[in-house]
Design a protein around this ligand. Structure first.
Ligand code: SF4
Ligand code: SF4
Length: 193
């Protein structure tokens, strides 16, 4: 079956999840270090406020002060972490499938170009995507998503002995007591999240 966005859907640009657990807070859109400056420039050109936090770091010693950042994340603009700042909800214009338009669609981060693909072998789509909720899976029309996913995987490949994940401190008000902020030592097999 071919992958096609569901008519009028903008869910993946609006909703953010707690990952890998609630204590890490809600995650943002993954931004590779080489994408960060470009994204900041786009925000400036569009007069948008942007919050970019670290996402994944590595170190040779078990010391968070020595971390090299492998990936950042662009946080949602709402207090609870939802809603990408680049999603244009103030316009009558719509994307080709009818959702709200992305202000930087052609230059959107690789992570956006990858979604809803989360694994290429075996091909696995994020079951939270509205298409997947309706159709479970797809195996056609995903070439550019596969290419983008492989680029991210390649950039984030590491032999570093210590991998860290940044807890964002952001989430729903009622969850705040469980959510941490700052680096937490991670297991290596979870690095792509
Ligand atoms: S990728 Fe999925 S969740 Fe995102 S707009 Fe398309 S159908 Fe909706
Ligand atoms: S950058 Fe664009 S495609 Fe990516 S989450 Fe934001 S609005 Fe959606």
């Amino acid at each position: 079956m071919e992958f096609r966005c569901i008519q009028d859907c903008s869910q993946c640009c609006i909703e953010r999840e707690y990952y890998p657990e609630k204590r890490f807070g809600k995650i943002g859109v993954l931004i590779l270090p080489e994408e960060k400056e470009k994204i900041k420039q786009f925000a400036k050109m569009n007069k948008l406020d942007l919050l970019i936090l670290p996402r994944i770091g590595i170190s040779n010693k078990k010391d968070p002060t020595l971390i090299e950042i492998l990936a950042f994340q662009m946080m949602g603009k709402e207090k609870n972490g939802n809603l990408c700042p680049f999603l244009n909800t103030d316009t009558d214009k719509r994307s080709p499938h009818g959702g709200f338009p992305c202000r930087i669609y052609d230059d959107r981060p690789l992570a956006c170009k990858t979604y809803p693909l989360i694994k290429s072998d075996p091909m696995t789509l994020d079951q939270k995507c509205k298409f997947c909720k309706e159709h479970k899976t797809a195996d056609e029309n995903l070439d550019s998503e596969i290419e983008s996913l492989l680029k991210i995987k390649n950039k984030m490949n590491t032999d570093a002995p210590f991998v860290w994940r940044y807890a964002t401190g952001i989430g729903e008000e009622e969850d705040k007591f469980q959510i941490k902020t700052g680096w937490i030592l991670e297991e290596c097999d979870k690095i792509m999240g």
